[in-house]
Ligand binder design. Structure first.
Ligand code: NAD
Ligand code: UGA
Length: 428
């Protein structure tokens, strides 16, 4: 099929490339001309494992091309909307990019009115798809589908090719049939429902995952005073098939471009309808205080951080991505610098973006270098290169062998035996 994808960020680019891999003819559209230039030359503007290579292959096979002009997509039977829906000042989802994309779609349709499906993949508040369908009603033969995306950054392509489920909110059989053709070959359960249900499934999924993390982070705080080990507790819990092992890792709080903004957007949506989601409010509260709690643990060991050299390992909001949106590292760096610490930071991909925000920190190009002369080291993001380290060398290089493992990813027992002072999150 001929497909246009509006927005070539994490979701749009991954969607475009994965549809091209399935044999569709794809045109990726973005307002950012620099991004389009890079993409047209086979270079991905984002770091996402495996994406660069497949992008080159698809360009080579003429399965994909890029442009700033949606009007070049005259023959597109399907137009995906993958633009950002960031947090607005009041916490609601900012739909201005979506509105602009819908206007472009209306113009395209006026120029070439063919039977066409508009697929909203961006995460949007309940009611947005119905509103879009109403506002595009003057465009005959245009159907609006809500098809939320569940991929994770760091394994976006793999998730897009092997989705856990395909949720399609639609009010026309033609639209559903087109979606089935588009995604044929993907083996995942389908839920065909209303647009509103599809939209709520997306927010509810992210809010629930965020809740599991905050629950474990509170248990970690309890574990710290009880002398229990939250990693053993989560392992024991996760063996119950009703609970499952995923998203039970305590740490320094969730970050990223989605959990923070989607939880607040869901709260705002509920409030607008007179409903209070008290549990979700608490989930956010726990998450906001988790990095503060973590830094307090550090301050107990080093009461005066002024002039102390602290190594910070990992800056992206999670491993295998360059994304620093709402990264816990930003809060950790701000707290350390406010206390007068000298920060020496390492991240294989995200250091440049963080350096623009925290120019006073030192950025090193190898993980071990961050530890040199450090009074303590903090693991913020569990990149493999920040976890698998030469601990013998590090012990010799540190001023004080004090380790704060914000992800419970360093080899706790081995490190204690080697003479390090080790403190994880909720581990006795
Ligand atoms: P992003 O910020 O990485 O990319 C959005 C892109 O859209 C940018 O390149 C921007 O230039 C472009 N854009 C904005 N307005 C445009 C317009 N009018 N026409 C053409 N291009 C336009 O965003 P993202 O992380 O890919 O997220 C996109 C949506 O998908 C959001 O609603 C997000 O909540 C949702 N989502 C994201 C993820 C994720 O892991 N990032 C996963 C699932 C769902
Ligand atoms: C998340 C969801 O997992 C995706 O399904 C969803 O599509 C996406 O949001 C979205 O809507 O954008 P992502 O933000 O890429 O994906 O990353 P996750 O792997 O979910 O991690 C989010 C944050 O939670 C990270 O900061 C991570 O370190 C933290 N986390 C995750 C924990 O602290 N503990 C865990 O057990 C799991």
């Amino acid at each position: 099929m001929k497909v246009a994808v509006i927005g070539t960020g994490y979701v749009g680019l991954t969607t475009a490339v994965s549809l091209a891999m399935k044999g569709h003819e794809v045109l990726g559209i973005d307002v950012d001309a620099a991004k389009i230039e890079l993409l047209s030359n086979g270079r991905s503007p984002i770091y996402e494992p495996g994406l660069d290579q497949v992008l080159l292959e698809m360009l080579g096979q003429s399965k994909i091309r890029f442009s700033t002009k949606l009007l070049e997509a005259k023959e597109a039977q399907v137009v995906f909307v993958c633009v950002g829906t960031p947090e607005a000042a009041d916490g609601e989802a900012d739909l201005s990019y979506l509105h602009a994309a819908l206007q472009d779609i209306a113009s395209l349709h006026e120029h070439s009115p063919v039977e066409r499906i508009v697929v909203i993949k961006s995460t949007v508040p309940v009611g947005t798809g119905d509103w879009a369908a109403d506002s595009l009603r003057r465009c005959n033969q245009l159907h609006v589908v809500s098809n939320p995306e569940f991929l994770r950054e760091g394994c976006a392509l793999e998730d897009a090719l092997n989705p856990s489920r395909i949720i399609v909110g639609a009010d026309s059989e033609e639209a559903v049939a087109v979606m089935q053709t588009l995604y044929s070959g993907l083996s995942a359960p389908w839920v065909i429902t209303t647009r509103a249900n599809a939209e709520l499934i997306k927010y509810a999924s992210n809010a629930y995952l965020a809740a599991r993390i905050s629950f474990m982070n509170e248990l970690a705080r309890l574990s710290t005073v009880l002398g229990t080990d939250v990693t053993v507790v989560s392992h024991g819990m996760g063996l119950d098939s009703r609970i499952g092992p995923q998203f039970l890792r305590a740490g320094i709080g969730y970050g990223g471009s989605c959990f923070p903004k989607d939880t607040i957007a869901l709260l705002k949506l509920a409030n607008q309808h007179g409903v209070t989601l008290g549990l979700l409010e608490k989930v956010r509260e726990v998450n906001a205080s988790q990095p503060v709690w973590f830094i307090e643990q550090l301050a107990q060991k080093i009461p005066d951080l002024s002039g102390k050299r602290i190594a910070v390992l990992g800056l992206a909001f999670k491993p295998d991505t360059d994304d620093i949106r709402e990264a816990p590292a930003l809060r950790i760096l701000a707290a350390l610098q406010a206390a007068g610490a000298v920060v020496s930071a390492y991240d294989p991909i995200a250091a440049k973006a963080v350096a623009a925000l925290f120019p006073d920190a030192e950025y090193v190009t190898a993980p071990e270098a961050a530890f040199v002369g450090a009074h303590a080291a903090v693991l913020v993001t569990e990149w493999q290169e920040c976890v698998k380290l030469d601990w013998k060398l590090i012990k010799e290089q540190m001023e004080r062998p004090l380790l704060f493992d914000g992800r419970n990813a360093w080899p706790c027992d081995e490190l204690k035996k080697a003479g390090f002072e080790y403190q994880g999150v909720g581990r006795s």
